[in-house]
Design a protein around this ligand. Structure first.
Ligand SMILES: [Zn+2]
Length: 440
């Protein structure tokens, strides 16, 4: 990360006019951590930082404050859950603890590989680690802070050559909590079921901590049909042999830790809701009308809201007022930084990629397949999405983990192919290579 930061410092001659911090996830802010490259960023002059409105600490920002407090409380609860699960005898519970830890790693916990070490670490400290990296620029003196809302007027940048539109996050709790692709009306179900999950997790903790006087009463079976795990070892040798054989070969048959599934669902929701607070910016090159779209890790609800956003441009008094909508910007997108590392749920089809109809469309996919595999996200990047991206861009899809230029489709003429390849550049920064494209 230090190398990355040094490369940024060189590329911008030690001066960044505007930094955009999209959301509070470790993989998007870790460079600002004192454990990584803060010292290098300290040497760079940074004029301005943009955050999403959700992060504005002003007491007037009721919804944003509520979402942030929920996030903090859930991280703490899930942390406890992961520690408890890891201490359980069932291999399923331990497995689940690992998956929760992977999700929690976005809040600054170390990766699932370091679980043993990580579990002994102080949870408060880890939560603080992401938060402190996330807040680095808002707290740094001399940096002006803007909290962006989709209702803001577009902002002119780069001496009037670029116009920046805030597409998301939507100022709507239901949309922010709508993360999974779902049938119409499903978001209502999702929000209410989550409340239910919170309560269930609470009961689960009472069971774990032994504050429930008679756990057997909460069991779905009559007491006469219950044998707890400890007393099951006193069963007849035949039954015991049968039980052990089944358990060893088919561990999924152990349902004693099944209630812990709730913790994993909550962890997944927490992760996706945080992704939905992503600040999404469309940059319009004023001279050509071309749009560069940076969707960060925005999920379904954030994308859906872009369909309804509108701005009125009243820049030049000699010009007529011009209305710009979210779909207009999608139609003019020539550079799409693919959402959420190419996952299945962060590039909408009808209200998204299919509306990007420019024949010049180029897609960059920020993904590291080997890291995704380590996290057991075998579908990242999602192949059906990658296929459609290749079709829409005539092969101009560049993956950050690729070491060679992409295969261009024959829909492109030789001149078009040459033009694209001339503008594409791969840096030689050792251990931290990156791709760069020049948009005409
Ligand atoms: Zn991410």
């Amino acid at each position: 990360m230090e190398q990355v930061a040094r490369s940024i410092k060189d590329a911008c001659n030690g001066h960044i006019h505007l930094a955009i911090v999209t959301h509070e996830h470790w993989d998007h802010v870790s460079g600002f951590s004192e454990h990584q490259a803060r010292a290098v960023f300290d040497e760079i002059q940074i004029d301005q930082v943009w955050y999403a409105w959700t992060e504005d600490p002003s007491p007037r920002n009721k919804l944003g404050n509520k979402l942030r407090h929920e996030r903090e409380a859930k991280v703490r609860t899930l942390r406890q859950a992961a520690i408890a699960l890891n201490g359980m005898a069932s291999p399923l519970a331990v497995d689940r603890a690992q998956r929760i830890n992977t999700l929690l790693s976005f809040f600054g916990f170390d990766s699932s590989e370091d679980i043993a070490k990580d579990l002994s670490a102080n949870a408060e400290e880890s939560i603080g680690k992401t938060r402190s990296a996330f807040d680095y620029l808002s707290k740094r003196s001399g940096v002006s802070v803007r909290y962006c809302r989709p209702t803001d007027d577009p902002v002119m940048l780069a001496g009037g050559n670029v116009r920046a539109y805030v597409l998301g996050p939507p100022e709507d709790e239901d949309l922010i909590k709508r993360s999974a692709p779902s049938k119409a009306g499903r978001e209502v179900y999702e929000v209410s079921s989550e409340l239910f999950m919170d309560q269930q997790l609470e009961t689960a903790f009472e069971r774990l901590s032994g504050t429930v006087a008679n756990d057997r009463e909460n069991c779905p079976f009559e007491t006469a049909f219950q044998i707890d795990i400890a007393s099951s070892t006193l069963m007849s040798p035949e039954l015991l042999a049968l039980k052990t054989a089944t358990w060893d070969q088919e561990p999924w048959r152990q349902i004693d830790s099944d209630w812990t599934a709730i913790a994993e669902s909550l962890a997944l929701n927490l992760d996706q809701h945080t992704n939905n607070t992503c600040l999404v910016i469309a940059f319009e090159l004023v001279a050509t009308g071309q749009v560069l779209l940076f969707a960060a890790d925005a999920q379904v609800g954030n994308w859906l809201s872009w369909q309804d956003v509108k701005w009125t441009l009243k820049s030049d008094p000699t010009m007529r007022e011009q209305e710009i909508s979210g779909p207009d910007l999608l139609a003019r997108t020539v550079f799409y930084k693919v959402g959420h590392h190419g996952s299945h749920n962060a590039t909408l089809r009808a209200a998204g990629l299919e509306q990007m109809t420019s024949k010049d469309l180029i897609a960059f996919v920020p993904v590291d397949k080997s890291q995704a595999e380590k996290n057991r996200w075998h579908e990242m990047p999602f192949e059906p999405l990658m296929n459609r991206l290749r079709e829409k861009t005539a092969g101009r899809v560049v993956r950050s983990d690729a070491t060679v230029e992409p295969d261009l489709a024959n829909d492109l003429s030789d001149t078009e192919k040459r033009k694209f390849l001339e503008r594409l550049y791969r840096s030689q920064v050792e251990n931290a290579p990156y791709w760069e494209i020049q948009i005409p």
